[in-house]
Structures are given as C-alpha cells and as structure tokens.
Design a protein around this ligand. Sequence first.
Ligand code: ADP
Length: 319
Amino acid sequence: VKRIAVMTSGGDAAGMNPALRAVVRSAHYVGVEVFGLRRGFAGLCEGDFQELTPKTVSGILQRGGTILRTFRHPEFKEKQVRDAAAEIFHQKQVDGLIIIGGDGSFRGGHLIDAEWNVPVVGVPGTIDNDIPGTDYSIGYDTALNIAVDAVDKIRDTATSHGRIFVVEVMGRNSGMLAVATGLCCGAEEVIVPETPYNFDEIVHDIEQGYNRGKQHAIIIVAEGATSASAVIEQIRVRSTKETRMVVLGHVQRGGSPSAFDRILATRLGHAAVDRLLDGARGVMVGLKANEVVLTPLKKDRNKARAAVEYMLELHHSTR
Ligand code: ADP
C-alpha cells in the first residue's frame, strides 16, 4: 500500500477533522501518501482529489465540521453512476479508501469494496451514535454535551415560569442522542422512535409531577419520533399549563470537538490506517469496551435499537 484516499460523508460531526488528521499523519508516519476526496460521494464521482500532507491537516484538531466538506449524493445508489466513478477513481491508482461517515456512507463503501475491488475501511462519524459495532461514534459526545448544556439553561427559565418545555433534538432515525440528553438532564419525559408513546400518559405523569411540587417539566423529543410542535399541540389539548418549545437543530453539530471525541477520532483514524495496511477490507473500525474492533460494513442494522432501549429503561428508573 503506497497511496490511500480518505473522505468524509453524510452529516458532518465534530471530530471528523481530528479523524482526518490522524489518518493523514499515521499514514505519512509509515510512508503512505494520502489523497482527500472533497465533498463525499459527490467528489468521489468527479475525482475531486486533494493531496493531504501533515501540514495540510495542521490546526484542525480543535475545529468542528470537516475541511474536506461533506455532501449528500443519493445518485451513488445507481450502478451506472458508480461504474463511471470507478473509472475516474482507478486512474488515481489508490490502494485503499477510508470513509469517515455514518450508516449510509458505509452502504456506499461496501459497494465500492465489492464492485471496484478497492479495500474500504469505515470510521464511524455521526452525532446520532446509531452504528452497531462501536460503543460511540465520533461527534456524538460533542453533540450530547451541547444538547445537555442547552437543556440545563432551558431548565432555569422553565423553573422560573413553571412552564412545560418541549425540546427537540437531532438524531435522524435514532433516539440515542435524545434519550442520553434526557438522562443527563433528568428530563421528565423522553419521546424516541424506538418505543411507542402515549400523550395521555405523558401529560398525566407531568400533571402528577406538578401536584407533587415540581416547578417545571422538560420533555425531550427525538426528531425521528415526531416534532416539538406536534408534541406541543398534543399537550395543549390535554393541559392548561403554559408550554414552550425549542428546536436545538444544527447548533448541536457545530463547535469544537470534545476531548473525548478528539481521542476517539485519533484512535479510530489511526486504527483505520493500521488495519488497512494490514489487509483488512470491507470493515468498520469501532471501539468496544475500550478496544479497537472490526465489524463488516454490511451488518445487522437492528442492534442499535437495544442500546436505546437500555438507555430508556435507565432513564425511566432514575428520573
Ligand atoms: P450517513 O453516512 O451519515 O448515514 P447518508 O445516509 O446521507 O449519511 O449517506 C451519505 C451518502 O452515502 C449518500 O448521500 C450517498 O452518496 C451514499 N449512500 C447512502 N446510501 C447508499 C446506498 N444504499 N448505496 C450507495 N450509496 C449510498
């Protein structure tokens, strides 16, 4: 292996830059050249390569987002689009590809590995933390800390006014970020897509809380379950309490990566290079019980659900 490529894809996540930095520097350390593909699968299809040197990646360890940028490019699901991209890619004579991204990106990565005969290693980078094969994905810890900080602030005003606050957090189809936020903030209720919810029960529980002397109620809703505005509507037909909503939205994605995410990104970026040079392919590097482990890019997508259910149970029994 003399030359590898790296790209960031899917939703951006804090820690993608430290992961890129680790890939580039670890590769150079052992004499391997690195090319970055700009704009994810879109850049891959156009052959938008950029040489990355240890110097190119200096000063990015503490920066959110990704210097290679990212893009959604659903066209990559079409075989003829991939065939055309393969031709462009092969001209560069790259011996392996590292993809930093989420579930969707790994589906594309699996196809590249299988159809193009290019070894692909994935690095989990998404704030959603919904990828089986790793306890944590890069960006999750930072996003969670931002959400927790925001809800702590909201709680102050909720208490002062005795209001019900509905806070919508990101996570796409996963409730992990939402339930973890709820757990960290002692939210009264958490609504996630993984389990059914019932507004009569939710409002009943909240009213009981007020009767016991609570000064406020915080409901965390995962964007994958429903919207904050839909929850507000449901509460208003059942309660006369003042309600407000906050959609945290994209503030959760930005900002400087947390120390945890920097370490995770550095470990996984380094491991991706190390395993690729070792001959691994069609796999994702992940961290389980503090050890680097490999899982196939093509894997059982339902496993992430059990982790959310466990967190939900933990929230219910400690709220
Ligand atoms: P994430 O990687 O964060 O889950 P997406 O689901 O948006 O983000 O996927 C990122 C990109 O990966 C898509 O825009 C597309 O280019 C590629 N991709 C996603 N799913 C597939 C698929 N089934 N086949 C090929 N490419 C895919």
